[in-house]
Design a binder for this molecule. Structure first.
Ligand code: SAH
Length: 231
């Protein structure tokens, strides 16, 4: 991952300072994530590598490495780093292969960037056009070129019906929509926050000989999985 070069030396110096400051903040964040129970070294490395502040508006930069969800506009949020790390760890534990992952709910693209370091190819769908466009820019800025973004309704799955090794749903629902359940093939795992608004449990779903099994983990609070698309 490379940052694009700045046009002049003042900007380059400012960027270098910000990069150094933020990399120290990321190291501290990763220490905190370890204390909270994240163990997978590949996940910790990915969270240390991805500059979360670049996914936020400048007025949020100071909070970028606080372990909390933050607003990104349109009544949506960038997920809490601990929850991103935990879901990524769950996905890596459950997936048989690390080739293709589908993310439902791109937001500003932070989780997409983390997944891009751990899977060969990331597919991510977002129902709000301006967020999808913003994520596209953020990923381009970081020279991430193994993620394909789509502005569409993720409750319908992925247009083209690809098969995936893993699916990660980053918005909450009580019952997963049928098109998503149909994407859980024998070698596919799906991780999603399942439950009522305000309280969900991270759940791993697998296909065992045609039957879907589920295993629950931590309680979380995600924005809702909504149908349809908007600008
Ligand atoms: N993965 C993001 C989380 C963003 S919050 C991160 O890394 O921070 C959840 C996102 O899911 C929101 O941007 C919301 O617009 C989106 N979303 C909700 N319902 C959706 C749907 N049916 N299809 C696609 N995206 C959806």
């Amino acid at each position: 991952m490379m940052l694009p070069s700045s046009p002049n030396s003042d900007q380059r110096t400012a960027r270098q300072l910000e990069t150094r400051r933020s990399s120290r903040a990321r190291m501290k964040l990763v220490e905190r994530l370890k204390r909270k129970g994240i163990r997978n070294p590949a996940v910790l490395d990915a969270l240390e590598a991805v500059p979360r502040h670049l996914f936020l508006d400048p007025e949020q930069f100071d909070n970028a490495y606080v372990d909390t969800a933050l607003p990104i506009g349109h009544a949506q949020t960038i997920s809490q780093p601990f929850v991103v790390a935990l879901m990524t760890e769950m996905v890596l534990t459950a997936a048989k292969n690390n080739r293709r992952v589908l993310e439902i709910g791109t937001g500003c693209g932070y989780q997409t960037a983390i997944l891009s370091l751990l899977f060969d190819k990331v597919y991510s769908v977002e129902r709000i056009l301006s967020l999808s466009q913003r994520a596209e820019k953020n990923l381009a800025l970081l020279c991430i070129n193994n993620a394909t973004l789509q502005h569409s309704d993720g409750t319908e799955g992925w247009p083209g019906h690809e098969t995936f090794d893993a699916i990660i749903v980053t918005a909450a629902s009580d019952n997963l929509p049928q098109p998503l359940l149909r994407l859980i093939k024998p070698d596919t795992c799906l991780i999603a926050p399942i439950g009522a608004p305000g309280y969900q449990q991270l759940t791993t779903l697998r296909n065992q000989n045609g039957l879907i099994s589920s295993e629950t983990a931590e309680a979380v609070r995600f924005v809702p999985l909504l149908s349809g698309t908007c600008d």
